[in-house]
Design a protein around this ligand. Structure first.
Ligand code: MLT
Length: 202
């Protein structure tokens, strides 16, 4: 069962990679469309709505409390998202997307990278944390990943985001980790850095 409510916007220019947009807790498939267009105008946009509800707020996996995840659900939902991406690639005729995830969306993107590396061409992880305490040995083979953390993020500690960067690097990804003078919310620097980074990888 990989049916996600989602929004799809076809590419308007040929050279840009498709983006998989993954919203934060309480968001939906419309949230990151504007961000996607700013980061990579011309890219196809595939934007699913998280299927888990927490007090009515859509998310991509269950958590026990803030920052404490139901890891069995993380694994199951990440694979389900991978199936959705595979189906959408067929349906819309797109190549493997670059994930752009914020908060809970960044965490499911990180889980997908670790569990099913082929699903994504790369990722921009905005305010991500380590999604699995005992992740499988993934082969990320040079996949480009931009990790942007907030220096004053009350949800993601500096050591946690550093651990995630190390985990992805050890799995072979090409990780660019920057810590911004920001909290958990996004800042203008996130947009600018993401846009510059994606311009360099494509
Ligand atoms: C999560 O649950 O994925 C993280 O706590 C981030 C959030 O959604 O607030």
């Amino acid at each position: 069962e990989s049916a996600f409510i989602h929004r799809f916007e076809p590419a308007t220019s040929a050279g840009s990679p498709p983006l998989l947009l993954l919203h934060g807790t309480g968001g939906d498939e419309n949230d990151l469309v504007g961000l996607g267009k700013m980061i990579s105008p011309g890219s196809a946009l595939l934007s699913p709505r998280g299927r888990v509800l927490e007090h009515g707020m859509p998310r991509f996996f269950r958590r026990l409390t803030e920052g404490v995840f139901d890891e069995e659900d993380v694994r199951r939902r990440a694979l389900e998202l991978g199936d959705f991406v595979a189906d959408a690639r067929q349906q819309y005729g797109i190549t493997a997307p670059v994930a752009v995830g914020f908060s809970n969306g960044a965490n499911i993107a990180a889980a997908l990278l670790l569990l099913k590396p082929d699903a994504l061409a790369g990722a921009i992880l905005l305010r991500a944390m380590v999604p699995l305490s005992d992740p499988p040995k993934a082969a990320l083979d040079g996949k480009p990943i931009l990790l942007l953390s907030g220096q004053a993020d009350p949800i993601v500690s500096a050591s946690n985001s550093a651990r995630l960067a190390a985990l992805l690097s050890e799995a072979g990804a090409r990780v660019d980790h920057k810590v911004l003078p920001a909290g958990h919310q996004l800042s203008q620097a996130d947009v600018t850095l993401s846009r510059d980074w994606i311009g360099d990888v494509e």
